[in-house]
Ligand binder design. Structure first.
Ligand code: UDP
Ligand code: MG
Length: 207
């Protein structure tokens, strides 16, 4: 039987991007099957949306997918944990619903993870952010410098939640039940081998 990739998609009020993301997910699932012979299951996590957009996935999605609806807005970090609790794939991909995370980068990351048995995660770093010089960037770099000072593990700057991981990495994250989660810290804390790829974010729907 083919191995499976679970795609976790937390969303809050993404009505405008629902049709576009459904097309993107269908395209990704097809290419993942062709290139890596992986089946895919998309798990949407509705993080307290109030725009009724969640129902649109039902109209547009093809293939294998499911929807988890949270009782209120808990924040993306907790929404991802809810998705992890409902996933059991051989690989788990995290993606935003707003079209900023692209098929090409996802395929690149999945390919790298599968090709190297010593790797447990590949994560995307926004190159367009790393290049900008602004007060926000300066403060963000200061934040990462401080948070990494004297630690046994390093949290990479400019990395987000656009990542793919092995099932054992997902198992480790599921065991970390922090109520106020900082996933970027938890990813680094596990100590598993990780590789980064650079990417430019896609244009968000309506943006
Ligand atoms: N999101 C969520 N819960 C929240 C806020 C955001 O699930 O409380 C989702 C959002 O719909 C999107 C992803 O998390 O799919 C990233 O959010 P956003 O685009 O606001 O973050 P950024 O692109 O600035 O990192
Ligand atoms: Mg976004």
């Amino acid at each position: 039987m083919a191995k499976r990739l679970d795609i976790l998609v937390p969303f809050l009020n993404e009505r405008e991007s629902a049709a576009g993301f459904s097309a993107l997910a269908g395209d990704l699932a097809r290419q993942v099957k062709e290139r890596f012979d992986l089946d895919t299951h998309v798990i949407f996590i509705d993080d307290g949306s109030t725009d009724g957009g969640g129902t649109l996935y039902g109209e547009h999605m093809t293939g294998d997918w499911s929807l988890i609806t949270l009782a209120r807005n808990f924040g993306k970090e907790t929404a991802i944990l809810a998705g992890l609790d409902h996933s059991a794939g051989d690989y788990v991909l995290l993606m935003d619903a707003d079209l900023q995370h692209t098929v090409d980068v996802a395929l690149d990351m999945i390919g790298r993870l599968i090709a190297d048995p010593d790797l447990d995660m590949v994560y995307a770093v926004r190159s367009d952010r790393a290049e900008t010089r602004s007060l926000g960037r300066y403060l963000a770099n200061g934040f990462y410098w401080l948070i990494n000072m004297g630690q046994r593990y390093e949290i990479p700057a400019n990395a987000g939640d656009f990542r793919v991981m092995t099932s054992r990495f997902a198992d480790a994250l599921r065991q970390l039940r922090d109520q106020r989660r900082f996933n970027k810290g938890l990813y680094a804390w596990t100590g598993f081998r990780q590789e980064r790829v650079l990417y430019r974010a896609g244009r968000p729907a309506g943006g």
